[in-house]
Design a protein around this ligand. Structure first.
Ligand code: PMP
Length: 293
């Protein structure tokens, strides 16, 4: 099946979808993005993702040359053009083309790219059944007084270095600590732990991205009358928790069974994680939480 990529108002065949080498997105990682998922023609949490994209843009003074409605429309058109019902959507805005120096003010127009990929709605189930293994790595999350972790920027070297360490240790993914040694998040997911039926998760000042799946999980926990506390978490607390799980748009909700080769809980996906995941999956196809294609 021919894949179509949207770049600045035009559709290109995948093999023809190219970016200028002077685009500052490439030269400096100067740009922002969102990863979004569409379930059975329901673009889950699209308004929230677009809202976060605009906040990232504001923080780096990047002008998006599209309104929120125009962006929504462009995403819908790209999904339709690719004839997909279930999709992973990558929405990218780069600083655009400029001289080779880093001055962003010399880039005239930002570049909008939309990639959609077929992503059948079964991805998370396997990971949930199996659980995932993590290692606490030496790469630290950028501290809050360095590049803001809350901006979903095109610079993911921090996560990539952590992922390389995790692969070196032979586990699925990494847990990054913040600059004070508290738990931050994994390379592309937020993290939660459960102890005595209370849910704990790191707060923004621990260097996390404020995940949209995380927000949904907090809302679901409240619906289930479970208390959620955002606070500093130590590695000791995480390793001794009853349940640990990761959240992210692509990964959904994934139980963690091992950290640093130490078994978490009773080595299976815990009952509260399973309950939250079920409610989360119900939301993904509910039109109340999405935008219809
Ligand atoms: N942290 C990081 C660093 C991420 O890249 C992501 C994925 N976007 C997340 C957390 C999870 O965020 P979300 O639930 O919005 O996908």
């Amino acid at each position: 099946m021919q894949k179509w990529i949207f770049i600045d108002d035009k559709f290109y065949k995948q093999e023809d979808a190219k970016i200028n080498v002077y685009d500052h997105g490439l030269l400096y990682g100067d740009g922002i993005y969102e990863g979004i998922r569409c379930y059975s023609k329901n673009i889950f949490q699209l308004d929230e993702h677009i809202e976060r994209l605009f906040k990232s843009a504001k923080s780096i003074q990047l002008t998006i040359r599209y309104s929120k409605d125009e962006l929504t429309d462009a995403i819908i058109q790209t999904i339709k053009k690719n004839n997909l019902e279930n999709a992973y959507i990558r929405l990218i805005v780069t600083r655009g083309i400029g001289p080779i120096g880093p001055n962003p003010n010399l880039c005239v127009n930002s570049t909008l790219i939309i990639i959609v990929e077929d992503l059948p709605n079964i991805h998370g189930l396997k990971a949930l059944d199996r659980g995932t293994s993590l290692a606490i790595v030496s790469t630290r999350r950028d501290s809050v007084d360095a590049t803001s972790h809350e901006i979903k920027s095109l610079n993911y070297l921090n996560s990539i270095m952590a992922k390389m360490e995790a692969k070196h240790y032979g586990v699925d993914d990494a847990i990054l600590l913040d600059s004070n040694g508290f738990i931050s998040e994994s390379t592309i997911c937020n993290i939660f732990m459960i102890e005595n039926k209370i849910i704990y998760t790191p707060q923004s000042s621990n260097g996390i991205l404020k995940g949209i799946t995380r927000k949904n999980v907090i809302e679901i926990a409240k619906e289930l009358n479970l208390e959620v506390i955002e606070r500093n978490i130590t590695p000791y607390e995480l390793i001794n928790a009853d349940e640990v799980f990761l959240t992210g748009t692509h990964a959904e909700i994934v139980g963690v069974t091992k950290i640093n080769n130490i078994q978490i809980g009773n080595n299976s996906i815990g009952p509260i994680t399973t309950k939250i995941r079920k409610k989360y999956m119900e939301r993904t196809t509910n039109a109340r939480f999405g935008v219809k294609v």
